[in-house]
Design a protein around this ligand. Sequence first.
Ligand SMILES: Nc1ncnc2c1ncn2[C@@H]1O[C@H](COP(=O)(O)OP(=O)(O)O)[C@@H](O)[C@H]1O
Ligand SMILES: [Mg+2]
Length: 268
Amino acid sequence: MGRRLESHSVSFAYVPESPVLADVDVGVTGGEVMGVIGPNGSGKSTLLRLLCGFLRPARGAVLLDGQPLSAIRSRERARILAFLPQTVTPAFALTAFEVVLLGRYPRLGPLGAPAGRDREIALRCMRETETDGLRYRDFGTLSGGERQRVLLASILAQEPDLLLLDEPTAALDINHQAGIFALLRGLARNGYGVVVVTHDLNVAGQFCDRLVLMSARARIVAQGTPRQVLTRDLLTEAYESPIVVTEHPITGTPLVWPEPASAGGAKP
Ligand SMILES: Nc1ncnc2c1ncn2[C@@H]1O[C@H](COP(=O)(O)OP(=O)(O)O)[C@@H](O)[C@H]1O
Ligand SMILES: [Mg+2]
């Protein structure tokens, strides 16, 4: 049975005078990849933190299979939901393999020590993310892209049903980015539900089943299939700058560009 994670009229503000999200309804079901897109500061990371229970909504609720997330114990939640934050810095020196093994934490037995099976799962997840060659490397010495893939292996080792990933491909080259998204698609085919924040609208259009487009005005501009969401009008509204949409020559999925006259014109 596929899991379902959804927000019901969720509102949130870090400081009362500037709401980040107002009355947001989104949901993801096992088997699908949902992309979250929108300009910097539009609340994408905040939405993910609310969906995984790190933040509590000021109003509304987040439900996991119909139950309020706040009513589920954190260890139980960690077996179902995995969250990869935008930036992760381990507090002490660990090898890549140890970082992946840490993902097993919510799954460990009563003694809390990883067993042979935990190591096997950790290694399998490293193979899936093509990081097994980095196994003995000090995590701190890895490149940004290598770290991202090791962190992805770590949350896969958690064996969750739902993955919430905040810009998991931000530091990746074009091949590794496509590789990670292909991996996410494969996970969805096997029943995982995936929510992924990305700035790459073209990759989002190619790999996601559904997209949520956020704007800096505390609201969701649109949600639906890539074709429904990646339109000139909706993107221009969300990014507050003219956007052109064409079509991918091979896949036929939408391709998005800033309108040439305004390219590079975004305010810092
Ligand atoms: N811990 C925080 N305290 C106060 N304001 C925050 C905090 N985190 C984010 N914000 C603000 O909330 C808004 C949304 O941020 P965020 O969710 O990180 O956006 P995005 O991920 O889309 O770039 C921004 O205006 C940001 O400055
Ligand atoms: Mg963010």
